[in-house]
Design a protein around this ligand. Structure first.
Ligand code: VG1
Ligand code: CO
Length: 551
């Protein structure tokens, strides 16, 4: 039991805006550093958890870890003290404060914890003048669902006290079991559970033969959390030469770069893959290790194709899926490539709103095995988060099995299923009020859009995506505007829920061709891109013509 003499109940007042977005609470680091800011949010999570009469913290364990960015360690110390003060029986704290998002999911599940806090703003830059974030994951290992994050938010608006301890910082760098007042705090090896899980799913002996038999890969950890995991898996266990993993040491500011694995931010990796004697395979993960980028020699695999291709080959190439797939799921803006594979496999493909939290129920109910998002997220029911290194191992397995280059695997997929030409255009740092107004206006125009022209096509249908969870019946509305054209293409518009400054408009463009001949994605998508820009009056409203990032 916690000693009442050391517990401190501290008076506090609410901070505005502590509403979790697409993936946790994300703000500028300095906002999180304000006294009481982390405490208010964490206590609100505990208060929301305690509303469940079945939950008794005295019998539960809580996991905590992060992606290593600036303020990670301080936030962990704060959470350890608060968990002890709130009566948790055990706290599992990752050694060095390093725990990837997928590893968090694995640890919660394998240790039977009540939940865990991941300290990360994912692919957003880190540092005192950059971004920080807190995500809470529930017992199934997945992100807290919307109904729960709304309850957390309600608590943040009425909070008046938080509980903490007068207790010194623990030593996070040595594995040990410590007593923090009456709470058992275990500093654990963040690699162990995750690596064991990967060894259960994939054939490490075969992959080792492949990586020591002439196949050459390079992996970019982007100075973020996957460095130690990737070194252990690719270099130590699979025998790839030392130096296969680039930027392997997690840095508090990610080397001043965006730990965002796409063609823009993973520029060094891309350059290596374009070099004449470049490696056969290249990959990268984001800040917290849940996103992935897959590259062949001078060849980029879109995330939508990646999901479809993993689904196409999983049963044959990956031991963990020998029993077949129950179903697939993708977020609504993600390309429809996975739908076609699902059809061929005779299994359903669910379409969910953006954000991983919507996949959890489907997986818990056994409805879906693999899922993914256009934002470089791919994963399976082995955990309840997207998993960057899992995707890399899945691709390695497919390449080992087919003995084809990356481009060969993708082109064979296009020949069999046709091709979704796909791009996402992001307009960042827009005025928030104007952006909301623009979306509202578009929403009002929806009934009048059919029949109008957009780019090279005519609009046949337009709606605002609404999702009813087939498992718990909950509905999430206003999840993005979809415009369907008569030439088989689709445009989706939504505002980001992860930004920390102004608003980010995301425009998703897709055009499906059964017999793809055109290689130039730009050329295929340009008419729709111009059409939607004009329809939204982006130039007049924001003085913007071109997107800031194209992925
Ligand atoms: C973005 C992506 C979404 C992803 C989310 C979290 O959200 O679009 O697909 O799940 O980031 O990813 P938004 O609301 O900004 O579009 V991660 O790797 O940043 O936790
Ligand atoms: Co991430």
């Amino acid at each position: 039991m916690t000693n009442p003499m050391t517990v401190r109940s501290t008076a506090t007042t609410p901070f505005p805006g502590q509403r979790p977005g697409t993936s946790g609470l994300r703000k500028k680091t300095r906002v999180f550093m304000e006294p009481g800011y982390v405490e208010n949010f964490v206590q609100s999570v505990f208060n929301a958890l305690a509303e469940d009469p079945e939950v008794d913290f005295g019998k539960e364990a809580l996991v905590v870890g992060g992606d290593g960015r600036y303020f990670n360690r301080q936030a962990i110390q704060t959470i350890v003290r608060m968990a002890a003060a709130n009566g948790f029986r055990r706290v599992l704290a990752a050694r060095g404060g390093i725990l990837s998002t997928p590893a968090m999911s694995a640890v919660i599940r394998r240790k039977g914890a009540l939940g865990g806090f991941v300290l990360s703003a994912s692919h957003n830059p880190g540092g005192i003048d950059a971004d920080f974030g807190i995500k809470y994951n529930i017992r199934n290992g997945g992100p807290a669902p919307a109904a729960f994050t709304e309850r957390i938010y309600a608590h943040t608006r009425s909070i008046s006290r938080y509980r903490t301890l007068d207790w010194p910082d623990i030593d996070l760098d040595r594995e040990a079991t410590l007593a923090v007042d009456g709470c058992e705090v275990r500093v654990f090896d963040p690699l162990e559970e995750y690596v064991a899980l990967m060894q259960e799913l994939f054939d490490f002996d075969r992959l080792r033969g492949f990586l020591t038999g002439g196949f050459r890969m390079v992996f970019d950890a982007m100075h973020a959390v996957t460095g130690p995991y990737a070194r252990r898996i690719f270099e130590d266990l699979l025998g790839a030469p030392a130096g296969t993993v680039l930027h392997a040491t997690p840095l508090e500011d990610f080397g001043g770069e965006h730990p965002d694995p796409n063609l823009t931010h993973a520029a060094e990796l891309v350059a290596r893959m374009e070099a004449p004697e470049g490696p056969d395979f290249g990959a990268a993960c984001d800040g917290d290790g849940d996103r992935n980028l897959i590259l062949g020699r001078d060849f980029f695999v879109t995330p939508g194709d990646s999901l479809a291709i993993i689904a196409e080959h999983a049963q044959r190439a990956i031991p963990g899926y020998r029993g077949g797939l129950a179903g697939l799921a993708r977020s609504m803006p993600t390309s429809t490539a996975a739908d076609r594979v699902a059809e061929a496999l005779g299994i359903p493909c669910y379409e969910t709103p953006t954000g991983w939290k919507f996949f959890g129920n489907l997986m818990d109910a056994g409805l879906c095995t693999l899922c993914g998002e256009e934002s470089f997220g791919t994963g399976s029911n082995h955990i309840r988060e997207k998993d960057g290194l899992w995707a890399v191992l899945a691709w390695l397995s497919i390449l080992e099995e087919t003995r084809q280059p990356v481009s060969g695997v993708v082109k064979a997929h296009w020949r069999r299923f046709g091709r979704s030409y796909y791009q996402r255009h992001d307009y960042e740092g827009l005025d928030a009020a104007t952006s909301t107004e623009m979306m509202d206006e578009l929403r009002e125009r929806l009934p009048h859009l059919p029949g109008q022209r957009l780019g090279a096509g005519e609009i046949i249908r337009a709606d605002d995506f609404s999702y009813t969870d087939p498992v718990d019946g909950s509905t999430s509305s206003a999840q993005g505007i979809r415009i369907f054209l008569d030439d088989g293409s689709r445009v989706v518009c939504r505002l980001s829920g992860t930004g920390t400054e102004g608003a980010t408009l995301r425009i998703y463009l897709e055009s499906y061709r059964r017999d793809p001949v055109e290689d130039d994605i730009q050329a295929v998508l340009a008419p729709a891109a111009h059409g939607i820009r004009a329809m939204l009056h982006l130039e007049q409203r924001f003085d913007r013509e071109e997107p800031d990032v194209v992925t």
